[in-house]
Design a protein around this ligand. Sequence first.
Ligand SMILES: Nc1ncnc2c1ncn2[C@@H]1O[C@H](COP(=O)(O)OP(=O)(O)OP(=O)(O)O)[C@@H](O)[C@H]1O
Ligand SMILES: [Mg+2]
Length: 334
Amino acid sequence: MSLLKVDGLRAYYKTEMYGISRMVRAIDDVSLELQPNEIYGVAGESSCGKTTLIKVLSGTIKPPLKIQGGSVKYQFKSSGVDMADVSHEEMQRNIRWKEISYVMQGSMSVLNPVRRVVKTFEDIISTHEGIPNHREFLERTREHVKKLGLPPDVLNSFPHELSGGMRQRVAIALATVFQPSLIIADEPTTALDVVVQRGVLQLLKEIQGQSKNTVLLVTHDMAVHANVADRVAIMYAGRLVEEAPTEIIFQRPSHPYTRHLINSLPVIGDKSSKSGLEGTPPNLANPPDGCRFHPRCPKAMEICKTEVPVMQDLGNGHRSACHLITGGKESSNG
Ligand SMILES: Nc1ncnc2c1ncn2[C@@H]1O[C@H](COP(=O)(O)OP(=O)(O)OP(=O)(O)O)[C@@H](O)[C@H]1O
Ligand SMILES: [Mg+2]
């Protein structure tokens, strides 16, 4: 059974400036499922909606972001949760940290800059489980941190005393105290250099391997997905354009946008210049009709300008939304 089912999700930012209201269609008709015990990667260029998707899945939406349609349903071990029905209190008390934890983009936001790291652990554990015995709490926290290969004295440090990589490990340690069903990590290694990055990713992989929970890993860096993810989803301009097991995404990408992302990866020993794709992702307040990628697509056809391509099942867990698959003819299952 799937851990999470997202169906036809739409989430827009509604902003108002000088009396003119604008709708930024950041998530537009996204459907996907996450399975227990997998690392699911989400990729795509900046501003394609990755963080917005995470905000909805983790139940951390606030205005001007609003759900416009579709559904987000979890099946945790003990209960099923429809995110449309869950109250803010229920979310805070029983779901956040315990079932779903979220390592945010620039994870520092979870660490209080003026308090020692151990205090942040104390805050989170005391809100969710209470701390009847302080010595036990300290022991358990030290044990947890040690298990993740962190020196126990990080607990007595202030966040600014730690390196970026160490702070990111601390954020991961916090996210895993309660062994949640789903760990969401948003660009967890983007600000780190390559060597440190490898360590942090290794840690995430190890934790997943031990706990057999689900990790939703968001990063624009395809090389990270190649190394870590079991399956990869590609987003473009608020829509999911392709999804497949990682080997298939890299060996037989179907969507021209996916091919572009893969081709722009550096290859060791290759000195030829990479042919970049012209242009930038569209403004989501006024996205193009049809396939949102058509203005940049080297393979665009007439139909791409007017018809939104339907997600096609290509077998082996591979799906892709591109008119090339049906040879430019409208598909029958749309
Ligand atoms: N608070 C906000 N108000 C209005 N628009 C917003 C807000 N936050 C994000 N957006 C818009 O929503 C779209 C999706 O943004 P989002 O942050 O989800 O992208 P992203 O894929 O995470 O990008 P990045 O790789 O840069 O983190 C963008 O067009 C962005 O400008
Ligand atoms: Mg983001």
